[in-house]
Design a protein around this ligand. Sequence first.
Ligand SMILES: C[S@@+](CC[C@H](N)C(=O)[O-])C[C@H]1O[C@@H](n2cnc3c(N)ncnc32)[C@H](O)[C@@H]1O
Length: 648
Amino acid sequence: MPLGERPGDKSESRYCGVETEFSDDMPNVLAFNLTHGSFDFVVATLMDPAYRPSLMQKNGGSSVLPFAGSDLVLSPSQWSSHVVGKISSWIDLDSEDEILRSDSEITLKQELAWASHLSLQACLLPPPKGKSCANYARCVNQILQGLQSMQLWLRIPLVKTDNDTVSVNSDNLDDSWEIWNSFRLLCEHHSQLSVVLDVLSSLPSANSLGRWFGESVRAAIFSTDCFLTNSRGYPCLSKRHQELVPGFFNHSIQIVLSGQSVHSLTKINSDFAANNNDNNIVGVQKHPLRPYLEYVGFLYQRMDPLPEQERFELGYRDFLQSPLQPLMDNLEAQTYETFEKDTTKYIQYQRAISKALQDRVPEEKSSAITTVLMVVGAGRGPLVRASLQAAEETGRRLKVYAVEKNPNAVVTLHSLVKLEGWEDIVSIISSDMRHWDAPEKADILVSELLGSFGDNELSPECLDGAQKFLKEDGISIPSSYTSFIHPVTASKLYNDVKSHKDVAHFETAYVVKLHNIARLAPPQSVFTFTHPNRSTDKNNSRYMKLKFEIPGDTGSAMVHGFAGYFDSTLYKEVHLGIEPSTSTPNMFSWFPIFFPLRTPICLRPGSSLEVHFWRCCSPTKVWYEWGVASPSCSPIHNSNGRSYWVGL
Ligand SMILES: C[S@@+](CC[C@H](N)C(=O)[O-])C[C@H]1O[C@@H](n2cnc3c(N)ncnc32)[C@H](O)[C@@H]1O
């Protein structure tokens, strides 16, 4: 039984497992923990802990390996849905002791072969014993090469001691993230290798915890030692631990409970019997960890339900999409329909247009002057509608030209004008705005040609062409837009890009609803474009060098790429954008953009990251190039736009 569906959150259930001792009676382990204890799965030791291959040989013992029962004791679906295999915790593949090392390697291989035979979904690997884990990683890496679909979860204690005196490049050996990082680097970021965090009673700083949300963390093990006791004698967590649990749930990290009950069950059991007025319950004791599970369930239930839009977007989380090319391609009806649902965007445009109309025509002349407004890139008409509503709201007279180069959207525009009775006010022009020979000049030019990175759908090039029919003192809405980036840990995105096994995918920017990422520094602005552009030099190429300072208390972190955003000033103080610190609430037209790095770069606490971004233009295309220069150099990505470009 999952921890339950919260009201309004039917799409996402959360599960809670329990770590169990070795038992060769697996049906009983499942009955006790799942049926009686209400856990969803067990993390069960697969092999008798006393087993050592060298002892078996010496004693000439049986060749039957001492696993926890045969495969037949549970059904295949019970094994795969309810059991995570736990690899013997004594193994130490980096021990100085050759016999122990060899025993460990043999046992690891035997246990993982058995787990594959049982079709388990995942196996929990014990934490590396010391700071050096090369031989352990080598052996796991060998196994990963031939593994079908099973996941390997490396157990890592959640430890980072604060050390204010850490200097750049010093080995901060008190940070367990370093062990994980070494291990996964040795295993080349294998996508079937992930982390399980062992949560301890004291927690690292919030900054340092945040790093883990960009890593592939599958579960968090809470030992009963982490729990405090509330005034009624029941287990509860410290405030910081309490805050961590919803963070785990939000990032699809399952909770596993472990250890012996350290809370007196006498009272809890008598409460249990008193609350269950059922004769059959007499003599039935609660599962010793049930109060802990109920507490975790309580923390889950009290989380705020996801807003409707977030629920709708669950399927898009961390899913890479190619950015639209609305200039080169013609958008489909479905895409326009999605845009048109974003009422927030049109409300912002309407506010901007209203202000511009009021500034353009004083109240006393409102019935005498007709403002010429051109919507360039009108799509199926929502900005035409917003313009007409702004005119009505402000009492200004309007003449509208709706310019659109997509012939299919022009069909919709014609039927809309007829349907709404706009024939006298709105003229439809089926043309590319860059080549239209306008019969008169506009007072206001309204467009929405913005991509997730602002200029990436070639708004600058289109508006440079269109501004020839804007009056000298005319207004462009938007009046400017700026792109932003910051470095992120995003191991899922990195692995998804890597799965294509080519350079081209690493040199492509993706639109993605970022979720399981860690933001390593605040965003900084990259390129700004202002309209109308009255300068004589219409060069839209840009170059920017940025330096990000990594906080000293975070610990080291991995950069897998850069998250990109935009903010646009529509008119005066009316803006619209997705840069996290100023983003327009309840607007969903744009997900962020992601620029990957071919090789992730490790950042030390207190160090700085120097990155270079270029916007390059040729007569036929526009593209970005990017590269890191410090702390180490990456190749320049997307040289000459060889992998990713936007067509003019
Ligand atoms: C992002 S959509 C916005 C559509 C509409 N304004 C809205 O808000 O739903 C951009 C529109 O501009 C059109 N467009 C892009 N470049 C254009 C150009 N050079 N000339 C005319 N239309 C263009 C596209 O076909 C598309 O319909």
